[in-house]
Design a protein around this ligand. Structure first.
Ligand SMILES: Cc1cc2nc3c(=O)[nH]c(=O)nc-3n(C[C@H](O)[C@H](O)[C@H](O)COP(=O)(O)OP(=O)(O)OC[C@H]3O[C@@H](n4cnc5c(N)ncnc54)[C@H](O)[C@@H]3O)c2cc1C
Length: 504
């Protein structure tokens, strides 16, 4: 079982102070001392099921949360129970006998993680057993379930989102405890029974649960697949690019781009932070990571050398401490101040494991984050339109380009074979919102299909979600009705934002 700590009625504010709510109670779930892994997973799931059952009985909405890092109001609930999961954070290895005989993944590649384990905790557990994750976001403090909920991604162009690691999900509703996996079995029937769960093996149900947006039930644990441990070499620099380089990126000519600014090899990861006031005459900030074999003799370098913490959000936080006036030259100054260490090709190489490429993050009050995801092949066509409209709308902060493959999950925003994600990160002021809205209007007017991040400011509603996801949205809703056939169960997970999105 899990211990339930009732922290009482209070006003709760999310990490970036972009949303708040009046809670009936803030509840923390804490692991018990149970040593046996299966008994523990069973006990926690039963505690959650009973809590959800009670909520249903008294018609109290429940919001499970991880780190509360989503700036969008999907993690708040008015007059309900906010259930914190960060202390449900154990990770377990699995034995071959725990797997189904038809499972095609080796036991040593798998890790069982509780929902509240942070991305950083999962990185560490994986490294302890000689494994790595394939991708992740720019920071590492999200819970694993929370990060998967919204399709958190980085810029590993051959990987999708963090949810792509997931091979099975333990999902709890007011009435049921389920292990959901693809049709091809992963966990053995005996293991599933010992964790007190029913089996659902169905590709469509699994694809809905992989990116659940907190509206498919309460995730208590996940089985994830990892890669053999590897290291990455960081090259990070401030430099000018030309318009034609955007076309190279649009065509996926990453090696050519890397050869021009970094090493003559395919980068594993690449990211550009651009000053929209002058994208080509002012320097942009480039970051490449190149895959290297694991060498236990290389000590972890300081996070600074790996570029950890120099994502746009952290960068802006540093800059905002000095100035809230983000215009042209001032922004360029702020960008380069926040990104001081060039780690160029001629510098001594900075090499570390994947887990050392991000670091913990300190909260920055009231930031704006919005993004659009679109077919990478159209980047060349939309780049000027996006930048011009962002500026025209008054948006005066940095624009980041990241690249990902098609991601898992019916409602994954990265649903083209190759995607570019264009991030707009800045202070939470009217001009940031206006700039973002202008970009959206311009893309719509130009007839360019795009999607938006579930966890960031997105101005989405049900009609738009239906239009963006079509049959996948209908399938996701169908799955939700299979997992929670009784509408009263679904109502337990209702909040204003999920209703607006048509997800509850
Ligand atoms: C500093 C910072 C950096 C970021 N960098 C990136 C980035 O690089 N790339 C990117 O894509 N995004 C990024 N984000 C966004 C962030 O990764 C997502 O918003 C992510 O979903 C947050 O995870 P969380 O654990 O805080 O989830 P929360 O915000 O707590 O929850 C997100 C959703 O999941 C639900 N949920 C959480 N836990 C459970 C559970 N156990 N069961 C059911 N539902 C649950 C919540 O109810 C909510 O609907 C960043 C955010 C911050 C603050």
């Amino acid at each position: 079982m899990a211990r339930i700590v009732n922290l009482g009625q209070q006003v709760w504010t999310n990490y970036h102070q972009t949303a708040e709510c009046n809670l009936k109670s803030r509840i923390e779930l804490v692991n018990s001392d149970e040593k046996n892994g299966r008994a523990h997973l069973k006990g926690v799931a039963e505690t959650v099921r009973d809590l959800l059952g009670e909520a249903r009985q008294y018609q109290i909405p429940v919001r499970p949360i991880g780190a509360g890092w989503s700036p969008s109001p999907i993690n708040v609930v008015e007059d309900g129970w906010l259930v914190e999961t960060l202390r449900l954070n154990r990770t377990y290895t699995v034995a071959a006998k725990d797997l189904h005989e038809d499972c095609e993944v080796a036991a040593e590649a798998l890790l069982l993680v509780q929902a509240g384990a942070t991305v950083d905790e999962v990185y560490e557990s994986a490294e302890e057993i000689g494994r790595s994750l394939r991708t992740g976001g720019a920071s590492n403090g999200q819970s694993f379930a929370g990060a998967c909920a919204t399709g958190t991604h980085g810029s590993v162009w051959q990987a999708g989102g963090i949810q792509d690691h997931v091979r099975a999900v333990q999902m709890v509703t007011p009435e049921r405890i389920l292990w959901i996996s693809p049709e091809k079995p992963v966990l053995s029937d005996a293991f599933i029974a010992q964790t007190g769960s029913e089996i659902i093996r169905d590709d469509r149900v699994f694809a809905a649960a992989q990116l659940h947006i907190g509206a498919m039930g309460f995730v208590t644990a996940m089985l994830i697949e990892t890669d053999p441990i590897y290291m990455v070499q960081n090259i990070q620099k401030a430099t000018k690019i030309r318009r034609e380089h955007i076309d190279w990126l649009s065509r996926g000519e990453f090696r050519k781009f890397s050869c021009e600014f970094g090493l003559n090899e395919n980068p594993y990861f690449q990211q550009l932070i651009i000053n929209p006031f002058d994208p080509f005459d002012k320097k942009c900030l480039l970051r490449f990571l190149y895959k290297r074999p694991f060498d236990p003799n290389i000590p972890p370098p300081p996070p600074r050398d790996m570029g950890a913490g120099y994502d746009a959000l952290t960068l802006l936080g540093k800059a905002m401490a000095h100035s809230d006036l983000f215009k042209g030259a001032i922004m360029q100054f702020a960008m380069e101040q926040g990104y001081p260490d060039n780690r160029d090709v001629d510098d001594p190489p900075a090499i570390a494991t994947w887990g050392h490429t991000t670091e913990e993050h300190a909260p920055i009050a009231s930031l704006f984050n919005g993004s659009v995801t679109l077919d990478r092949n159209r980047l060349g066509e939309v780049f000027d339109l996006v930048i011009d409209n962002f500026k025209r709308g008054g948006g005066g902060t940095v624009v980041t380009l990241r690249f990902v493959r098609q991601a898992a999950g019916l409602l994954a925003p990265a649903h083209w074979p190759d995607n570019v994600v264009i991030d707009f990160d800045g202070p939470n002021v009217e001009s940031s919102h206006k700039g973002y809205k202008k970009v959206i209007e311009a893309l719509d007017e130009a007839g360019i299909p795009f999607t938006r991040h579930w966890g960031k400011t997105n101005n989405l509603d049900e009609q738009r979600v239906k239009r963006d996801y079509g049959q996948n949205f209908a399938d996701w809703k169908w799955v939700q009705a299979q997992v929670m056939p009784d509408p009263a169960d679904r109502q337990v997970f209702a909040n204003e934002e999920l209703r607006k999105l048509g997800l509850i």
